[in-house]
Design a protein. Structure first.
Length: 665
């Protein structure tokens, strides 16, 4: 029994020790769990409190972001010009409307920022990040609201905003609308309320000149009249073979049938080598080495019907002026182996040289400027034609040439697009003297498309008239040769004679010059200067005997939007029968002194260059064609379009009915 009692006592002792150990383990375990769980619980509690604050900040930031977006749109709706300025801004209330102030803004605990920048587009119109053209009618707007507490964060929005908030339009469709335009080989008719078609191209027959000499005039002169140019209603003649007599005569041509020529006024004092005329001014190239070009004011005359000199150009070389041409505010003069450009932004006084060195050409005999290029005929060289890039009048550059037959080049005519040059050289036995040169590309050696033998005439001048006719004039070289020859150039590769005129002894068997005009009413005339001492100036009526002219242009009157805007597109309604063509170009220009009166227009096609056209297709009736305005010619205030008409069927013409333009403020 004793041993049994000892065992129970021992067991109680063991149990007591075990219970104390278990409590210690529990304490240690509890402390371990607390060490693990309490930081997480505390962090969660703190995070929960800060997360709620962050959420509150984000809600307020999103509200401010939306308000900023609305403010930006409101500013844009007030007007594009004030909105479309690059930079960093923030919206503020001004009066009762939103406006944008420069820089970012701190609002409570937020930073508000609006960044406006340009948008670039590829030629397809797609937005690109680089390498495109800046779209003046689009802006990218990045809006950002940021804060730093409890955590640095940002909410943002990006917008592409355009000026096309409103679409306004204008239309030209009536006779009155079209009569404000400029017509060359085209007429305005009123068959269906107003339309433009090819003109009749004259009522005579170019190929029968002897039957249509309709008027003549004795010119005041001291020497031989040998320089001539013309515009509708006026012919400008250089009559001074020496400096002691009349140097220049302005011949007025009445718009009657037949026309009546008369001397409007004259100018004295210089030997005249070349002449160029405009409505208000004439320019003569003279032998004076200090006034190679003299500017004549045609707006006023004295009691003796004399014009006065108002300005001049003195070239760096002490040589005579051979020929002169004017395009816009720039004059061009050739002297011995030099082509110079000079400023004509004003006509008075000494006009300044633009390209200080000019450009060295061959011994030039004639210069014509079309678009961005000057075309110069050369004598005494194996190069008869040189092409000069004049796109920068301060830096003239020779870019192309044509080698014909080696004979001296005398004169040239360039078509309105600059793609063809018609050139004559001096007489050469058994070889051609008339050439058609392809200048659709201006650089390098330009090819000859076709040529014509003048059959004994010694050519001096050339012009091209409607109905695919060229006229060359000169003096009798071989007995019985015609001094006035009309060439059918409808097949450029094979020009052929279609008519001519053999002058009598009274005309000295020579023609010193020719100019031609197609009037807006469809009458067509050539003006020639013969050797007839009593009536050397003669008018010959031309035309295709009542058929349509082969080509013509119509330039619209200007549309003034009243403010700088983006022109989006234009729509044309036309009827284009078989064997005809009708193409368009457009021009957008900024205002000058608040209006379009002095605006300068450069016509371009869909790629914004002068060498392309908005084209149409043949129609079976009236059809509308829609065209997009190139992005990079915008913005502007002034708009014009130019229509190019042509036909290969003398009994058919394309018809232009109306044009509707769309623009956005």
């Amino acid at each position: 029994m004793k041993n049994k009692g000892l065992n129970i006592s021992h067991l109680s002792s063991l149990i007591s020790h075990f219970e104390r150990g278990q409590s210690l383990v529990e304490i240690v375990l509890a402390m371990g769990l607390a060490a693990i769980l309490l930081p997480a619980l505390l962090t969660g509690l703190v995070s929960s409190r800060e997360g709620k604050a962050q959420q509150t900040q984000r809600i307020q930031a999103v509200y401010l972001l939306n308000e900023t977006v609305d403010a930006v749109r409101s500013v844009r709706e007030k007007g594009w010009t004030s909105f479309a300025v690059n930079g960093t801004f923030h919206p503020v209330i001004s009066g009762s409307t939103w406006t944008l102030a420069t820089g970012s803004a701190n609002i409570n605990s937020f930073t508000q920022r609006v960044d406006i920048e340009d948008v670039q587009r590829a030629s397809s119109g797609a937005i690109v990040t680089s390498g495109g053209s800046v779209d003046p009618s689009s802006k990218k707007v990045d809006i950002e609201i940021s804060w730093t507490q409890p955590y640095a964060s940002t909410v943002s929005a990006s917008l592409f905003i355009t000026r096309y908030l409103d679409n306004n339009s204008f239309t030209q469709t009536t006779v009155a609308d079209f009569e404000t335009g400029t017509k060359s080989g085209t007429v305005v008719t009123n068959t269906n309320g107003g339309e433009v078609t090819l003109g009749a191209g004259g009522n005579g027959d170019w190929c029968k000149p002897g039957q249509f000499i309709v008027a003549s005039l004795d010119l005041p002169k001291q020497g031989v009249a040998d320089a001539i140019t013309a515009i509708e209603g006026k012919t400008f003649v250089g009559t001074g073979d020496n400096s002691s007599g009349v140097s220049f005569a302005n011949v007025a041509i009445s718009n009657t049938n037949p026309p009546v020529p008369s001397i409007d006024g004259t100018f004295d004092g210089y030997k005249t080598n070349g002449v160029f005329g405009e409505t208000d001014y004439a320019y003569i190239a003279t032998d004076d080495p200090h006034k190679e070009v003299v500017i004549i004011d045609l707006r006023t005359k004295d009691a003796n019907n004399k014009y006065s000199e108002v300005g001049f150009f003195d070239a760096p070389t002490n040589k005579k002026g051979d020929q002169v041409w004017v395009l816009g505010d720039v004059g061009y003069m050739i002297t011995e182996k030099k082509l110079y450009s000079f400023d004509l932004s004003s006509k008075s006084g000494s006009r300044s040289l633009l390209d200080p060195d000019g450009v060295t050409v061959g011994d030039g005999t004639r210069v014509v400027v079309v678009g961005s290029y000057a075309y110069v005929t050369i004598k005494g060289s194996n190069i008869e034609l040189q092409i000069v890039d004049v796109s920068n009048p301060n830096n003239l550059t020779i870019v192309g040439q044509a080698d014909l037959t080696g004979k001296d080049a005398k004169d040239l005519f360039v078509n309105t697009t600059g793609t063809r040059v018609y050139l004559v050289t001096g007489k050469q036995d058994a070889l051609p003297e008339f050439f058609i040169v392809d200048t659709s590309v201006k650089t390098g050696n330009r090819p000859v498309i076709g040529s014509y033998d003048a059959n004994g005439m010694d050519p001096k001048a050339v012009t091209v008239v409607p109905s695919n006719r060229a006229i060359i004039v000169g003096k009798e070289g071989t007995e019985g040769s015609e001094e006035y020859q009309v060439i059918d150039i409808s097949n450029e590769s094979s020009p052929v004679r279609c008519g001519g005129l053999n002058l009598g002894d009274q005309d000295g068997k020579k023609i010193n010059g020719i100019a031609a005009v197609l009037e807006a009413d469809g009458d067509a005339y050539s003006y020639i200067m013969t050797g007839d001492a009593s009536s050397e100036f003669k008018i010959i009526e031309g035309g295709p005997e009542g058929a349509y002219a082969s080509s013509g242009t119509f330039i619209s009157g200007v549309f003034d939007s009243g403010y700088s805007t983006a022109f989006n597109r234009f729509d044309t309604s036309i009827n284009r029968p078989n064997s005809t063509d009708l193409q368009f170009q457009i021009a957008v220009s900024p205002e000058v002194s608040g209006n379009c009166d002095g605006a300068s227009f450069s016509f371009v096609g869909p790629d914004a260059t002068s060498s392309t056209f908005f084209t149409t297709s043949e129609t079976s009736g009236v059809q509308t064609f829609n065209f997009a305005v190139p992005i990079n010619i915008n913005p502007g205030q002034c708009f014009k379009y130019k229509a190019f008409f042509s036909t290969t069927d003398s009994l058919s013409t394309p018809i232009f009915y109306d044009m509707t333009g769309n623009y956005s403020p």
